[in-house]
Design a protein around this ligand. Sequence first.
Ligand SMILES: NC(=O)c1ccc[n+]([C@@H]2O[C@H](COP(=O)([O-])OP(=O)(O)OC[C@H]3O[C@@H](n4cnc5c(N)ncnc54)[C@H](OP(=O)(O)O)[C@@H]3O)[C@@H](O)[C@H]2O)c1
Length: 350
Amino acid sequence: MVLYRGRVREALILGGTGAIGTAVVRRLLSHGWKVTVTGRDESHVDAPLLGQGVRFRAVERTDREAIAAVLGPGVDLLLDCACFTARDARILRPLLPLVGSPVMVSSKAVYRDAQRRHSNSEDPPCFEGPIREDQSTLPPGGDGGQDTREGHGRHKVAAERVLLESGAPVTVLRPFKVHGRRARPPRGWVFVKRALDRRPSVLLAREGRGVDHPTSAANLAALVELVAEKPGLRVLNAADPDAPLALEISRMVTAHLGYRWEEVLLPEGARPELGDHPWNRPFTIVLDMTAAELLGYRPVGGYSSTVVEELDWLTDLARSNPYAPELGDGYISRYFDYEAEDRFLCRPAG
Ligand SMILES: NC(=O)c1ccc[n+]([C@@H]2O[C@H](COP(=O)([O-])OP(=O)(O)OC[C@H]3O[C@@H](n4cnc5c(N)ncnc54)[C@H](OP(=O)(O)O)[C@@H]3O)[C@@H](O)[C@H]2O)c1
């Protein structure tokens, strides 16, 4: 048992069965923490973690009493991975005095550019450089639900504000495209599936030059542990030390899987149904990580070393259970129009 100032540190992770929760659990357990995670489905917790002592509690995120019941007094870290609206945040607010370091996972979706465009707007945003935490954000709340393209960022802003104005030492983290074991959506599947399907080529829109800064769940976990040890009222970007081009990402995947394909780099303005992928952006989006670095953030690795977690998880899952729901994610499925690609390349289908 690892003691910190004479006792075992304790963490509660709300919505702790996704990529972020899984990575944070692994990191904290390895450093001697006692960890409880909540979610709706215990089967989403990695079995080895249950064997290592992590506790699971089924708790609906909107159930104030149930959250209060699992939050013991003197919890050192409360990490909320399922806070999407001001209402969610208000449920948490009365509990914050019981917590050493409350941390909310927000999103880069809150940022808007000078033309008020954001990462989910129809018209893609164009930021002038790496985005700092003091970049303008969307107005809070509004009519659209938190699960809509227009509503998601706005409701995250509203949730952030409720917590940042609570008087507690709340850290708000703004990650970008999260990758890791149990990532939802598992964006790496776009290339892993192609390789497992032995596709002879990959088509990449905009010549694969899109950049959408990734966030490894393992790097995010390092930042979470740091802010748990240094509570404070702050907003921090949370991203990897590098932001590779989509073309580089595709090559990292094939290198890891030991597969080769022909790269078909489609020029700007090519048919939009061809070569689309999750990093397909006309303008680079990168988060400025200076604030986290000044606090002491040291990422565990760059994209090529950290993405391996997700690639191995997906490969194992595809081999053990090709019909696993994670592999049928609707967001990812739209990238696999093999017939349209074959027609374009004048190849027989199959
Ligand atoms: N994924 C990304 O690329 C990305 C990017 C930026 C920001 N974020 C932020 O990261 C957070 C999500 O982290 P993640 O990607 O690790 O998680 P995730 O894979 O989306 O999992 C969400 C977690 O929340 C739980 N959950 C969801 N709705 C719930 C409800 N109504 N009641 C109880 N539990 C509920 C889920 O439980 P079950 O497993 O039982 O469903 C799971 O534990 C969100 O705040 C999101 O806005 C994610």
